[in-house]
Design a protein around this ligand. Structure first.
Ligand SMILES: C[S@@+](CC[C@H](N)C(=O)[O-])C[C@H]1O[C@@H](n2cnc3c(N)ncnc32)[C@H](O)[C@@H]1O
Length: 312
């Protein structure tokens, strides 16, 4: 309650009795006015909540369905997770990652296709290294961010659902980084995506994939965590399936007093699965690493990086 209304309630009875018709109207008007203001406030809060799909933390957080099918196609997930998935230091990480990959890249070709490019951090590093980059992603929000952040680098961005179509051919370098592989719901779809990526590489060109694998998850991984992110917190719970086919997660993003929650799932594959498919698709020189500092892929690796050269 503000000071003005406090003063009104302590008015002495004699003064109240002398209120004229005009004053009474004014009081009714100011009461109506404050009701209208309150309604406006409630409406704008509701609009904000609907627009961003966020729900007040006082209520039960909204879950985006129990089934996780095509969770990655939910634009709101990328909007809400943005400060957590893409904090500013990921740009300098991308530079280090691309520098390492280029040190292993023995080809003169300079055309590159960045699949599931997100905010375009790897595309930007490659463009700065002289590559002619095409970058594809399904998220309207992330592509818009990428365009904003890479102005002047000449990158061609395309918004496309790579699960549904794949119109690419003959790139000297095809990359799928940032643990984007295994997102699709079925093994058939993930295998098809790998075959599509392989067929987009020109003869003598390279394919690079960075992902979580069955071996990495089997050895152990953090089941739950809580992190600070810009403007709030994120908490997660992750579970691996008994047969190690999938790792599922429940992610809660708490930002500016609002909470949203999403279910995610990644299909897991082991190194021989990748190697067999790549060999079937004319890749003979296949190298793998456990990190971007030339670590071997082994016991302690937290991720897999595959670098394969198409020889035919
Ligand atoms: C973990 S992010 C990685 C982004 C980027 N590679 C990086 O490392 O910064 C996964 C990306 O995959 C994209 N994605 C998910 N499903 C997709 C689909 N069906 N088609 C195209 N992109 C997709 C998302 O929009 C998101 O940008």
């Amino acid at each position: 309650m503000d000071h003005a209304s406090n003063q009104r309630t302590v008015a002495r009875p004699r003064e109240r009795a002398t209120l004229g018709r005009h004053d009474a109207k004014a009081t009714r008007f100011s009461w109506l006015h404050s009701c209208k203001n309150m309604l406006k406030k409630i409406n704008s809060t509701a609009a904000f909540a609907t627009r961003t799909s966020l729900t007040s933390t006082k209520r039960r957080p909204r879950t985006i369905g129990r089934q996780v099918g095509r969770w990655y196609a939910n634009e709101r997930y990328w909007v809400d997770s943005y400060p957590f998935v893409f904090p500013s230091y990921t740009w300098s990480n991308a530079r280090i990652e691309i520098d390492f990959l280029l040190s292993q890249y023995h080809s003169v070709g300079k055309s590159c296709l960045d699949l599931c490019c997100g905010i375009g951090r790897h595309s930007a590093a490659l463009a700065r290294s002289g590559f002619d980059v095409t970058a594809a992603d399904s998220s309207r929000f992330l592509i818009a961010q990428a365009r904003k952040k890479t102005v002047g680098l000449g990158i061609t961005f395309q918004r496309i659902d790579l699960e549904k179509s794949f119109p690419y051919r003959n790139f000297d370098l095809v990359i799928n980084l940032g643990c984007s592989f295994g997102q699709f719901d079925t093994d058939r779809q993930n295998k098809q995506f790998l075959v599509n990526m392989a067929s987009a590489v020109s003869k003598g060109g390279y394919l690079v994939i960075n992902c979580l694998t069955r071996e990495v998850v089997q050895r152990g991984f953090r089941r739950r965590g809580r992190y600070k992110m810009k403007g709030g917190y994120v908490t997660y719970r992750r579970t691996k399936a008994k047969d190690m086919s999938t790792v599922t997660g429940v992610w809660s993003f708490l930002r500016r007093g609002f909470m949203s929650r999403y279910h995610t799932a990644y299909r897991l594959y082991d190194l021989p699965w990748f190697v067999d498919i790549l060999k079937e698709n004319d890749f003979r020189d296949i190298y793998f690493y456990g990190g971007y500092e030339d670590q071997e892929y082994g016991e302690r690796s937290k991720e897999l990086i595959i670098l394969a050269k198409r020889t035919m």
